[in-house]
Design a protein. Structure first.
Lengths: 167, 371
């Protein structure tokens, strides 16, 4: 199925105002939906015989300055060989998304990575810890407003330049 | 004296000789039988995705080498393709062929290293040395092609950096003629060895459902019986013009999706890569290798997700551009990361010694997990 056909299937199920497409940019089109609809939509696209999206190929977060975060779901169907991009936009003040871990087990680690690097909180995740960075790290580095600390446990994070010592 | 019979916590790594890089496992075990092995990753995190937001588009190419240093050509190709997709750039056909030649050579040496390491981890040291010996010969070819032996930085946005040097085709074909019988011998020596079969068959069996649910990719997915290869099923570059068979695990020595299947699928993929290479050398057209591209490129606003079949399977680049000369967000989705995430589930009830086989047969590369 093409993007438009999948979009129509989703809109028929949930209502046209719930799933908002963005198709005017370069590259891949995507659809945006509210966070609370996410488990319902993921269950639907996974089980519906027309869609059969059994694979969550990629899950990641994106900063949307100034005060939002996007969580992106790249879905793929092995039986039907089509894909679809879903986005959820959440406020930085309350960055909560329902977990997809129950529906796609692979989301477990990918959500931990999005939590670690962007600070997205996945509601209902069984083991939401940092995965890449040490547990006592401050901040979420992939946010655009992230400021690097001057030191980590007494180790400086910057080095004087050997070539240009005055800098 | 009281006998303690509670669960034992065992720390494996981060510098264990057979964890293939810097990975740590916390093993919960009752004697030799594990109840769970919990991977602890992140020791090699170099924030490549953050660097991608700082560098300009051309400047990021060398970093993709470091994302997966055993399969740098494939990583290069995926990144170039995602930028070209947003730019709607056509690249010269000779460059497409050169990319495929480089990528398939890279697949051969990445797979043979994985096979040698698997054999070494289950106790046979010699095959690893043979694997390294053959890998050196391909490294020589790569050095002739692009000047580097490991981190190639060969692919450019819009083409490749250099054409083949004189005599490259002959040298490559001579290597393939020599390597083909050697690979066959390697397969018979290792793959039909009774001890190797008993260490691998029925160990770490991953079902078809689990493989898809945990998003395993590439040879690991195919070993579990899923007949899917991006090169054939979502073709890119010049793969539609090349003939090859997709190899699927059939449970020849045990059950479908066990460590032996992952071994034999890789052996056969090497054979297929050699077939692809011979076709490429026969079909490669003359012409330019680098299209006309601006020095500082402005990529139009939008986003793209491109998946390519790397040595460890589906490597996805997700690029968001805000219309400037550097990426707004660049996400690299790698096969090793998802392979690691299935280990807590598969390791339940396994022997500690078999965990080594499982890690080696999944062919995880630590820098690719952590990026």
């Amino acid at each position: 199925m093409t993007f438009q056909e999948i979009l129509k299937t989703l809109q028929d199920k949930l209502g046209a105002d719930v799933v908002q497409p963005t198709t005017d940019l370069a590259g891949d089109p995507f659809a945006t939906l509210p966070a609370e609809k996410l488990p319902e939509v993921l269950n639907f696209v996974k089980d519906d015989p027309r869609l059969q999206m059994d694979c969550l190929s990629n899950l990641t977060g994106v900063d949307a300055p100034p005060d939002h975060l996007d969580v992106v779901y790249h879905l793929f169907s092995y039986p039907l060989r089509h894909s679809f991009v879903l986005k959820v936009r959440i406020p930085k003040a309350n960055p909560k998304v329902p977990t997809a871990e129950k529906i796609y087990p692979t989301a477990n680690w990918q959500e931990r990575e999005a939590y670690d690097l962007l600070g997205v909180v996945f509601d209902g995740h069984p083991d939401l810890r940092r995965i890449m960075l040490p547990e006592d790290w401050l901040g979420h580095p992939l946010r655009k407003d992230y400021k690097e600390e001057q030191e980590y446990r007494g180790i400086t994070t910057t080095r004087p330049s050997l070539l240009y010592p005055e800098q | 004296m009281a006998i303690h019979n509670q669960e034992m916590l065992l720390n494996m790594g981060p510098q264990h000789p057979s964890t293939h890089g810097v990975i740590r496992f916390v093993v919960k075990s009752d004697g030799e039988v594990m109840s769970e092995a919990i991977p602890d990753v992140g020791y090699l995190h170099r924030s490549i995705e953050k660097i991608g937001e700082i560098c300009d588009y051309n400047g990021f190419m060398p970093y993709t080498d470091r994302a997966d240093y055993l399969s740098a050509m494939n990583a290069n190709q995926g990144y170039a393709m995602v930028v070209e997709k947003l730019l709607k750039l056509e690249i010269p056909r000779r460059a497409e062929y050169l990319r495929v030649i480089a990528a398939e050579f890279n697949r051969i040496i990445s797979h043979i290293l994985a096979l040698g390491a698997l054999a070494m981890d289950v106790g046979a040291a010699t095959p690893f040395v043979h694997a390294l010996k053959e890998r050196e010969k391909v490294n020589d070819l790569m050095e002739a092609l692009c000047g580097q032996r490991l981190t190639y930085n060969y692919v450019r946005i819009g083409g490749v950096s250099y054409d083949m040097p004189p005599g490259f085709t002959e040298r490559s074909l001579a290597f393939l003629d020599n390597f083909e019988p050697l690979m066959d011998e390697f397969d018979r020596l290792v793959g039909e060895n009774k001890i190797f079969i008993e260490r691998c068959a029925n160990v770490g069996t991953i079902s078809r459902q689990d493989a898809i649910a945990y998003n395993l990719v590439g040879p690991n997915l195919r070993a579990s019986g899923v007949d899917f290869d991006l090169r054939r099923d979502m073709p890119y570059s010049v793969y539609p013009e090349l003939k090859f068979q997709v190899q699927v695990g059939r449970g020849e020595r045990g059950s479908v999706g066990d460590s032996y299947d992952r071994f034999i699928v890789r052996v056969r993929e090497i054979m297929q890569s050699m077939k692809i290479l011979r076709q490429c050398f026969a079909q490669i057209p003359e012409g330019e290798v680098l299209g006309d591209i601006p020095k500082t490129m402005k990529v139009p606003k939008g986003e793209a997700y491109v998946r390519t079949e790397s040595s460890r399977g589906d490597m996805g680049y997700y690029l968001i551009s805000d219309g400037t000369d550097h990426a707004f967000r660049l996400r690299i989705r790698t096969g090793s990361f998802t392979s690691m995430s299935i280990i807590p589930k598969i390791s339940q009830g396994m022997m500690i010694a078999d965990l080594i086989t499982l890690i080696a047969s999944l062919d995880v590369v630590a820098p690719e997990i952590d990026r």
